[in-house]
Write a protein that binds this ligand. Structure first.
Ligand code: ZN
Length: 203
């Protein structure tokens, strides 16, 4: 329930017909009453509406093999340090790894300093854990919620069984590994090649 932002109203009472009024006109008491009395169906209908309203719904289904290999190779090369990068998504597929300058360390905090590029196809992240546990930490979950729709964590030993993908809420997502198309270019690019907009002090 803490996920949903409460709206403050001006009444301290519960009106008999509040359920027929638009939700943003409910008082805090009415909101509270609704949570205590809603049916499962109502709860999930609200969850669904909230989820769609708040985030682009996750629709990423697959990852190109070349991109995955690059992610895993990066993990092996950086170990025991963590590394983080961004992911380009085309259609429903993760296609490219976008390397960020100087982003490498053993603390999660480092990825919180990322800036969002103008390029709208950059909508995922990948980072590594220097241990065999590719599961999101509390800090990871906060980061996921604010930084795109698909998030990969690769753990030791950075092989085909040691990575997991999650959506913006930290819900595990199954990504099918698909072959690279014949015209696929290099799956690894530098962030310098992105359009960061003008006037941003991202450097
Ligand atoms: Zn992490």
């Amino acid at each position: 329930m803490g996920l949903f932002r409460r709206r403050k109203g001006t009444w301290r009472t519960i009106r008999e017909d509040y359920r027929r009024l638009p939700r943003d006109q409910w008082t805090e008491d009415e909101e509270e009453h609704w949570w205590q009395t809603c049916s499962d169906e109502e709860y999930w209908a609200h969850w669904e509406a909230w989820s769609r309203d708040t985030f682009e719904h996750p629709t990423v289904r697959s990852i190109r093999r070349g991109c995955l290999e690059a992610i895993l190779a990066g993990g092996r090369a950086s170990h025991p340090l963590e590394y983080a990068a961004m992911l380009r998504v085309e259609g429903d597929t993760v296609t490219e790894l976008i390397l960020l300058p100087t982003v490498q360390g053993d603390e999660h905090a480092i990825i919180q300093t990322w800036m969002q590029p103008v390029d709208k196809s950059i909508k995922g992240t990948i980072h590594t854990h220097p241990d065999p546990h590719p599961y999101p930490s509390e800090a990871d979950l906060e980061f996921f919620a604010a930084n795109g729709t698909i998030h990969i964590i690769a753990g030791v030993p950075y092989d085909h069984d040691s990575w997991r993908a999650y959506d913006h809420e930290g819900v595990p997502v199954y990504l099918e590994v698909v072959p690279d198309p014949p015209d696929a270019g290099d799956p690894v690019h530098d962030a310098d090649e992105l359009d960061w907009g003008d006037g941003d002090d991202h450097g």
